[in-house]
Design a protein around this ligand. Structure first.
Ligand code: NAD
Length: 251
């Protein structure tokens, strides 16, 4: 087991990639915290426990610092000090840039950047003291390539990479490794884009052009995170791992 006795926090784990992460991390021996604003996170945690794992759901709005600090304290008291953090929660509010509202902009920036920053600060002191930590951000190929109708999301996912590189440089001496995964999967999040006539054509063309000619499954994406969460990646920090079927090559 690659994560035996580790405590892992995954934000946005009620569904999608986050859910696949807590399931896989649990199967590898970790005690896992399912952090989400969506109450379906309770089902995710219950299912893991039914299969013999140790999991808890914590209702937390990551855009609120107090909510993050309360969640971190509850996890520490119930599962122990946090070893692994995955800043995975995400949202999209697509609109062409000349039509995007302040609310759409602020909402996406708040979830990805503020939420990740609050969680980073909530876990890092214990990791520094214990001289072991793994922090992984869910970025996106959008950070590299941009995406029509998603200037807020592209800015947020690029901003995450600045956080990754800075945190990797500051925290390396404490044996805390900070990396990002850039996934391209098919989950509820991309469904909005796929099914919106304004963006569907662009999405279909991108899929047709990319090397594997298919979307990924959350379970396939989870294996990339597992590598970065475990000791398999002990000499890897400040990096972005694309788990995207090679789609980065052709966009
Ligand atoms: N699915 C893809 O194709 C894809 C591609 C590239 C990057 N990503 C990134 O991977 C991550 C996971 O993607 P997904 O497809 O599983 O997304 P998803 O929409 O299925 O799940 C995101 C989760 O985040 C939670 N969340 C949103 N706002 C929150 C908040 N304020 N506080 C707490 N939780 C909140 C949602 O409730 C949801 O459960 C996201 O960061 C996404 O941007 C996904």
């Amino acid at each position: 087991m690659l994560l035996k006795d580790k405590v892992a926090v995954v934000t946005g784990a009620a569904q999608g990639i986050g859910r696949a992460l807590v399931e896989r991390f649990s199967a590898e021996g970790a005690r896992v915290a399912v952090v989400d604003i969506d109450e379906r996170g309770a089902q995710t945690a219950a299912q893991i426990e039914a299969q013999g794992g140790r999991a808890m759901f914590v209702h937390c709005d990551i855009t609120r610092r107090a909510s993050v600090n309360e969640a971190a304290a509850e996890i520490k008291s119930k599962l122990g000090p946090i070893d692994i953090l995955v800043n995975n929660a995400g949202n999209i509010q697509p609109a062409m840039l000349h039509k995007m509202t302040d609310e759409q902009w602020d909402s996406v920036i708040a979830v990805h950047l503020n939420g990740s920053f609050y969680w980073l600060q909530a876990v890092v002191a214990d990791m520094m003291e214990r001289r072991w930590g793994r922090i992984i951000f869910s970025s996106s190929s959008t950070a590299q390539n941009g995406s029509i109708g998603q200037i807020n999301y592209a800015a947020a996912k690029s901003g995450m990479l600045g956080m990754v590189r800075t945190a990797a440089r500051e925290l390396g001496k404490y044996n805390i490794l900070v990396n990002a995964v850039a996934p391209a999967a098919t989950t509820d999040m991309t469904k909005t884009i796929r099914e919106d006539p304004k963006f569907a054509e662009q999405y279909a063309a991108a899929l047709k052009a990319h090397p594997l000619r298919r979307s990924g499954e959350p379970e396939e994406v989870a294996r990339g995170y597992l590598f970065l969460a475990s000791d398999l990646s002990s000499f890897v920090t400040g990096q972005v791992l694309s788990v995207d079927g090679g789609s980065m090559l052709v966009r």
